[in-house]
Design a binder for this molecule. Structure first.
Ligand code: PGA
Length: 252
C-alpha cells in the first residue's frame, strides 16, 4: 500500500509549443528546491519525451500525460495508448478531467476503463472529480462527487485504488480565478476520504493523496495545502509560469 505523499502537479492543458514546453521544464529544473513534495508535470503528449530528458536527473520530479485511450492498441486513429506513455518515461496520467468530461463526453464508465488500462501499463492515474456550479448552489456537491468516485473507482480492489491519486476540482473554480475556500476544499476532501474508508478500509483512505484543483495560485496555495485532508494541488494556469509554479511548490 502506498504512503500518502504531498504532491503538486501541473496541468499544462493545450498550451505551449515544443520549445516553450522544454524551456518551462528547464526553468523548473533550474530552480526546484529539493524536498519531499512530489512534483509532476502534466505536459501535452508531444512534449513528453523531450521533457522526460530534461527532468530525468531530478528525484522528485515526474511526468504525467493528460489523457490516454482505454484500449491496448489498434485502429484508433489519432489516439495514444497508456503503454506508449510509459515507453517515453511518463509515470502518471490525468484521467477524468472535467474538460475531458465536458468537451469529449467522457463518463465514469469510460474513465474506469482508462484507469484500468493505465495501471496495466504501469502508470499512476490521477483521477479527477468535481461538481459544476448549479450542483454546488443546490448543495448537491457531495452527491455528485460521491457518484463520480463510486462509479469510477468502486469496481477496483483496495490494492489497485491504493496506487492512484485523486484530484478534487470543482468545475466552477477551474480557470475562473474563483477558488474554493480552504474550508470548502477540506470538507469535500474529508468526504472523499470517508468514502474510501468505507469501501476500501482505513489504510487505503489514509494513504490516498487527494489534491485540490481550481485556480490554485501562489497567493492561496499555502492556506489550501494546510488543510488536514488536502495533500497538494493540481494546478492549471499557474503551472505555465515557472515562477508561480515554484512558489506554489514552495508553499507545500
Ligand atoms: P486552473 O486549472 O488552475 O487553471 O484553474 C486547474 C485544472 O484544470 O487542473
Amino acid at each position: 500500500m502506498s504512503r500518502r505523499r504531498n504532491i503538486v502537479a501541473g496541468n499544462w492543458k493545450m498550451n505551449k509549443d515544443y520549445e516553450e514546453g522544454r524551456s518551462l521544464a528547464r526553468d523548473i529544473v533550474a530552480k526546484l528546491q529539493p524536498s519531499d513534495t512530489l512534483v509532476i508535470l502534466g505536459a501535452p503528449y508531444i512534449h513528453l519525451k523531450g521533457v522526460s530528458h530534461i527532468i530525468s536527473d531530478i528525484n522528485n520530479l515526474h511526468l504525467s500525460a493528460q489523457n490516454c485511450h482505454q484500449e491496448e492498441g489498434g485502429a484508433y486513429t489519432g489516439e495514444i495508448t497508456a503503454e506508449m506513455l510509459s515507453s517515453v518515461g511518463c509515470e502518471y496520467v490525468i484521467l477524468g478531467h472535467s474538460e475531458r468530461r465536458e468537451y469529449f463526453g467522457e463518463d465514469d464508465t469510460l474513465i474506469a476503463a482508462k484507469i484500468k488500462r493505465a495501471q496495466a501499463a504501469g502508470l499512476t492515474p490521477i483521477f479527477c472529480c468535481g461538481e459544476k456550479l448549479p450542483s454546488r448552489e443546490a448543495g448537491e456537491q457531495e452527491a455528485v462527487v460521491g457518484q463520480q468516485v463510486k462509479e469510477a473507482l468502486f469496481g477496483f480492489s483496495a490494492e489497485e485504488v491504493s496506487k492512484m491519486v485523486i484530484a478534487y476540482e470543482p468545475v466552477w473554480a477551474i480557470g475562473t480565478g474563483v477558488t474554493a475556500s480552504p474550508a470548502q476544499a477540506q470538507e469535500m476532501h474529508a468526504y472523499i476520504r470517508g468514502l474510501l474508508r468505507e469501501q476500501f478500509g482505513e489504510e487505503v483512505a489514509d494513504g490516498m493523496s487527494i489534491l485540490y484543483g481550481g485556480s490554485v495560485k501562489p497567493a492561496n496555495a499555502e492556506e489550501l495545502f494546510s488543510q488536514a485532508d488536502v495533500d497538494g494541488g493540481l494546478v492549471g494556469g499557474a503551472s505555465l509560469k515557472a515562477e508561480d509554479f515554484l512558489a506554489i511548490i514552495a508553499s507545500m
